[in-house]
Design a protein around this ligand. Structure first.
Ligand SMILES: Nc1nc2c(c(=O)[nH]1)N[C@H]1C(S)=C(S)[C@@H](COP(=O)(O)O)O[C@H]1N2
Ligand SMILES: [Mo]
Length: 417
């Protein structure tokens, strides 16, 4: 049997709880006034509590509730080569759980024994060195919350069958990474005069070697071994990877085994053919490292179903490879007018930033958009604005404003061109 919902006015509970409930009622009343209909849950009876029986045993390693089912969507054929996508529509706050962090691998996921693994630093250095994982973990460490985004995220030319934010924007995630500053390792090795680039290589079968300018390597790059408080997940580079803050995912070389100091970039496959964009004048844009400011509404988003008119909280994520997100604006009329969304504190540089906006939906068809401005003043462009600059041949680093249409029946659709 279920009890009716207690009346907060008459319940004999401690005053703070009573105040909270009264506050809740006030919000509820405002919602009724604002949107013509309260949340459905306000009028529901409270069900019986089934938990007052002896529960399960303690577990040495945590699992989520069996009722939580969100997973990464895998778009890869064969499954060893391609990407798995973060379910952005179902993650909360700014940290992506490691088990749901997207992964891109082109040569399969190696399962590496850290006791056997080594990192070689050689090339234009005075003291070439081979380090064990244990030796790297003993060095002064650093943790930072940083987003990672594949340059192929929201890639143009994806089939129009991609309906959800999971598919359109799921090649980004945000973790707390722990590791050693690369500058410390390079200083130990002693960079020689004239060295201008480093080349990073992983232990997988990809051929994902990438060249990075020394200036970035000496600035804020990490050789990471930790992710969200524990070791990196195998998919994300266990036991060692590069974390290159704000730069395209591809240079964040996983399963890191070799760093070579050079006086030129290697022009590897990943930087000559892949990750270059053909411009309207016939030239290619290469070494286009920084991921520019971008945002997306994760709720309501493509494929979701709103139960009916009423109060909603529009939620989304914003980020910029140039530093802090300063502002996120939301439009509920296809870009005619914009409202400032609230940004969740603390806002961290080069990290996902959660934005939220209260939205009373009256039940008419609307187009929802978000637009991010970063600390440099750069404003996230429309797709038309991007095409004007880059032409129609570009596919990578698409940071255009995303449009979701909420139809009158509450269904939500991807209406991006
Ligand atoms: N060794 C190696 N490093 C790699 C890759 C790879 O296939 N092999 N994929 C790259 C690409 S394309 C991206 S977008 C990022 C993704 O990092 P994640 O898989 O941890 O999300 O890793 C990069 N580092
Ligand atoms: Mo990528």
């Amino acid at each position: 049997m279920s009890d009716p919902a207690p009346n907060p006015e008459s319940s004999r509970q401690d005053p703070s709880r009573r105040r909270f409930l009264k506050g809740g009622v006030a919000v509820g009343a405002a919602l009724v006034a604002g949107a013509g209909r309260p949340l459905a849950g306000w009028a529901q009876p409270v069900p019986d509590d089934p938990s007052k029986v002896l529960g399960g045993p303690l577990r040495p390693y945590g699992e989520r509730s069996p009722f939580e089912q969100q997973v990464r969507v895998i778009q890869a054929k064969p499954a060893e080569r391609g990407g798995s996508f973060t379910p952005l529509d179902e993650t909360l706050g700014i940290i992506t759980p490691s088990a749901l962090h997207f992964a891109v691998q082109r040569g399969g996921r190696p399962d590496i024994d850290p006791a056997q693994h080594r990192l070689l630093i050689s090339g234009m250095v005075n003291r070439p060195v081979i380090l064990t994982v244990e030796e790297i973990k003993r060095l002064p460490s650093l943790s930072r919350i940083l987003f990672l985004e594949c340059a192929g995220n929201s890639r143009l030319g994806r089939p129009p069958t991609v309906k959800s934010v999971h598919g359109t924007h799921g090649l980004t995630a945000c973790s707390e990474w722990t590791g050693v500053p690369l500058s410390l390792l390079l200083r130990e090795a002693g960079i020689q005069q004239g060295a201008t680039w480093i080349v990073a290589e992983g232990a997988d079968a990809t051929g994902n070697e990438r060249s990075l300018p020394i200036a970035k390597a000496m600035d804020d790059v990490l050789v990471a071994y930790g992710q969200n408080g524990e070791a990196l997940r195998p998919e994300n580079g266990y036991p060692l990877r590069l974390i290159v803050p704000g730069w395209e995912g591809n240079v964040n070389v996983k399963w890191l085994r070799r760093l070579t100091v050079e006086d030129r970039p290697y022009m590897t496959r990943m930087e000559s053919t892949a990750h270059a964009s053909l411009m309207p004048d016939g030239k290619a844009r290469q070494f286009n490292f920084v991921m520019e400011a971008k945002s997306v509404i994760t709720f309501p988003s493509g494929g979701q179903q709103l139960p009916g008119p009423g109060f909603y909280e529009i939620r989304g994520l914003a980020w910029s490879g140039r530093g802090l997100v300063r502002r996120v604006e939301v439009s509920t009329d296809g870009g005619k007018t914009w409202q400032d969304a609230g940004l969740q504190e603390p806002v961290l540089p080069l990290a996902h930033t959660r934005f939220r906006l209260e939205w009373p939906w009256g039940g008419r068809e609307v187009v929802l958009q978000s637009r991010c401005t970063d600390e440099t003043g750069y404003v996230q462009p429309t797709l038309a604005e991007l095409v004007k600059v880059r032409g129609r041949n570009f596919v990578y680093a698409n940071n255009a404003i995303q449009s979701w249409k909420v139809a009158a029946d509450g269904s939500v659709h991807n209406v991006q061109a």
